[in-house]
Write a protein that binds this ligand. Structure first.
Ligand SMILES: Cc1cc2nc3c(=O)[nH]c(=O)nc-3n(C[C@H](O)[C@H](O)[C@H](O)COP(=O)(O)O)c2cc1C
Length: 391
């Protein structure tokens, strides 16, 4: 296995945006040429798909996905519940939505090389994925199995290119309006997800209100000791070249000094002064205001199936958008802090749903094109290497 892995890493064109250091090695995955991929054993074809799925976005960059590859190439997909966060994700929704994006990476890899695949959820009970509480229960739980399928589709490397290059961008976007082609493209993706709906928010007034909610949400998170400490555990200093999970301050546009103040404050080792807090909240607010659109995914239920499918749809959309030069930022607090979803639903959904009066809010993210010259946001997040994700 290691021989193949060594061959796959070392993408030179990513040099400028991937920081030096072991923690970023997994990001240097090459886009394999079709002949190279198709000559691999079934096992190694799935190993490459898992290496790409290691790059998927996950909440707080916790990377909870775990894999087991069978000899026929089927991939058993697990969740490490030690990375389901009790304060910010008490029901495991964000972890499971992340897993949806992970499984979509598996599907997209196979489709890239002209094949296909299906993910079958093998659980029905979302409580199987609650945060691990050291209570004798299984810490690593199977979510489902990905079955590769033969196909005669066209080879199109752009999907793998999108996975390799994608990152969240939390800076200010350039406020360009949403053109109909992109809106139609987003809506067309719903075909595979009949139980889900997209609500595409373009109104400046509504984006402003969302920005105000988001700033309040950040105040709420930093004002609550459990939330704050949990975020602090996954918040990294900008020069941290070792931690493979978590997020550097620069990924939030924070310089070295501000990152240190925030990190120490979150861990209770210092105070976060008003200016620092305000700067952080303001950036989130300005970000939402500047978005081309804010996308809400809704479903019929808050169950495991809806969460996985919402994650798959989100994963599919962000890769499609990436190919068009459009980036995104997820805003999970708007779905997780209990009083926001209701206010958000009143603000955004009531008028747009004519036939489905009761929808459940599953996911909220903003999309757009970053304004130029925001160097602090440009570098990629660290990732766990795929060989550490096997059970
Ligand atoms: C389900 C989910 C929830 C997330 N929530 C947030 C969020 O509330 N705010 C945010 O800035 N990023 C959020 N993210 C983005 C992750 O923090 C990000 O994917 C991770 O740090 C890795 O960075 P990368 O996507 O650039 O590789 C979320 C991602 C997922 C999949």
């Amino acid at each position: 296995m290691l021989n193949e892995l060594i061959n796959w890493y070392g993408s030179p064109e990513m040099g400028g945006v991937i920081p030096e250091g072991e923690a970023f090695q997994a990001r240097r995955l090459r886009v394999l040429e079709p002949a190279e991929y198709l000559n691999l054993s079934r096992f190694n074809q799935s190993l490459y798909a898992c290496a790409l799925a290691a790059l998927a976005p996950t909440t707080h960059n916790t990377i909870p996905q775990r894999f087991r590859i069978e000899n026929d190439g089927a991939v058993r997909v697990f969740v490490d519940r030690k990375y389901v966060l009790p304060a910010s994700d008490p029901e495991g929704r964000q972890a499971i939505i992340s897993m949806g994006a992970v499984t979509e990476h598996l599907i997209q890899t196979y489709q890239t090389y002209g094949m296909d695949g299906e993910f079958v959820i093998t659980r029905s009970n979302r409580d199987a994925f609650l945060p691990y509480a050291d209570d004798g229960s299984e810490p690593v739980v199977e979510l489902g199995v990905f079955n590769p399928q033969a196909g005669d589709g066209e080879v199109d490397l752009s999907k793998v290119e999108a996975m390799v290059h994608r990152k969240v961008h939390r800076g200010v976007y350039d406020e360009r309006p949403l053109v109909d082609e992109i809106k139609d493209m987003l809506i067309a993706e719903l075909q595979r997800f009949p139980s889900l709906q997209l609500h595409i928010i373009k109104s400046l007034m509504v984006k402003d209100r969302l920005g105000a909610f988001q700033a309040q949400a950040l105040g709420h998170v930093l004002g609550n000791q459990l939330f704050r400490e949990e975020l602090g555990r996954f918040f990294r200093l900008n020069d941290d070249a070792e931690s493979r999970v978590g997020m550097r301050g620069r990924e939030f546009g924070r310089d070295d000094r501000t990152t240190l103040i925030l990190k120490q404050g979150m861990l209770g080792e210092g105070e976060i002064d008003a200016m620092t807090l305000q700067g952080f909240a303001r950036a989130e607010q300005d970000g939402l205001r500047s978005a081309t659109a804010v996308i809400c995914i809704t479903g019929e239920n808050q169950n495991l199936d809806s969460w996985v499918r919402a994650g798959m749809l989100y994963g599919k959309l962000i890769l499609k958008l990436q190919l068009l030069g459009i980036t995104h930022q997820m805003h999970a607090a708007l779905t997780e802090i209990s009083y926001f979803p209701i206010r958000l639903a009143n603000l955004t959904l009531k008028s747009t749903i004519l036939h489905c009066p009761r929808r459940e809010l599953l996911s909220v993210f903003r999309i757009g094109v970053p304004v130029e010259a925001q160097p602090l946001y440009e570098k990629h997040a660290s990732k766990k290497p795929v060989e550490e994700l096997f059970v």
